[in-house]
Design a protein around this ligand. Structure first.
Ligand code: SF4
Length: 331
């Protein structure tokens, strides 16, 4: 029976700049103000990351009514709707916004074009928090399209001012197909100047495209809720390589590796490298003798923290002005 000989590591893989920043915001808030720090929704879609932050004192909630008055609240990397933003402000929480700046960029575009009278088609996955956040930038006038068939069902009130925005973590190829269908139906549609699919999603998919034909099996490290991780698994599968997604090394099944010579390994943008290392150890235990990292784009992008974790929603004061002893805002 053949056992895996080599592990081929995709590059880039794992954490992106938006995920790095979001986790750092929660960690810094915990350090600065102490536990508990409330986080609306999973800060990023990864079980390990969420459990780690829980152990440090973060409390993850979905409803703002579960956050006590005066608490510190972090919005997740996926972003929130205007309604959530306003409710959080009205409840007087100290807010740290960990929305990825690339998601915020889409929100800003929606707000700007809406002022100019645009209606929108949003390409994305129903129910994903990023889609809810982006669609929730407006009360009405954003139509969700999930696939090519959905394009025919859109009923805009007018077509002269129609713009497209997308979720940042889509399959690049699927989004291009849907976009072509949108263009065919609405030739004058306005497209984003730069595509909304983010650099991290694009780079990780490109790396899987390069890796898949060179391996017998692809393993993606990522949680089931992670959109970009799911897209990586699907992509490898579409390219004809059997692919599994695992949340941790414990989920690897020895039978997957029977008759497999070379394993390709990657990780979604929310999956930490420690999980990749644990998966490598497990595959080595099954027989792999070498690990090789593929050539790939080096990502140097880094997003700044939100004004030093400073904005207090209730007062507009910078939180750096808080008394470190009491944690209360100084006026
Ligand atoms: S995957 Fe892209 S949009 Fe999402 S947090 Fe990372 S950089 Fe931002």
């Amino acid at each position: 029976m053949k056992h895996p000989q080599e592990v081929l590591l995709a590059a880039p893989r794992g954490f992106c700049a938006g995920v790095d920043r979001a986790i750092e915001i929660v960690e810094r808030a915990l350090e600065k103000f102490g536990a508990p720090i409330y986080v609306r929704h999973e800060i990023v879609h990864n079980t390990y990351v969420v459990n780690d932050l829980k152990a440090k004192g973060a409390i993850f909630i979905e409803e703002l009514s579960d956050v006590p008055p005066g608490a510190t609240l972090v919005f997740s990397a996926h972003g929130v709707s205007k309604a959530v933003q306003l409710e959080a402000q009205a409840r007087g929480f100290s807010i740290f916004d960990a929305t990825c700046p690339l998601v915020t960029k889409v929100h800003v575009e929606v707000a700007k074009l809406a002022q100019e009278g645009y209606e929108f088609i949003m390409i994305g996955h129903k129910g994903h928090p990023e889609v809810e956040g982006t669609m929730g930038q407006l009360d009405h006038g954003i139509h969700l399209v999930e696939d090519v068939a959905g394009v025919a069902l859109v009923k805009p009130l007018q077509t002269e001012r129609l713009a497209v925005v997308t979720q940042t973590t889509l399959s690049v190829d699927d989004a291009a197909e849907i976009m072509a269908a949108v263009r065919a139906r609405f030739p004058s549609v306005r497209e984003p100047k730069q595509q909304d699919i983010c650099y991290a999603t694009q780079n990780r998919q490109d790396a899987v495209k390069l890796m898949s034909p060179q391996v017998d099996l692809v393993v993606v490290v990522g949680s089931p809720t992670s959109s970009n991780s799911n897209r990586l698994r699907e992509l490898a599968d579409k390219l004809g390589t059997t692919a599994y997604m695992v949340d941790s090394a414990d989920e690897l099944r020895p039978e997957w590796f029977t008759g497999i010579a070379r394993v390709g390994l990657t990780a979604g943008a929310s999956a930490p490298e420690i999980l990749v290392r644990q998966v490598i150890e497990r595959i080595k235990a099954l027989g792999a003798v070498s690990v090789r990292t593929m050539d790939g784009i080096e990502e140097t992008i880094k997003f700044p923290l939100p004004k030093g974790l400073k904005i207090d929603a209730a007062t507009g004061l910078e939180l750096s002005q808080r008394s470190p002893e009491t944690g209360s805002a100084s006026h």
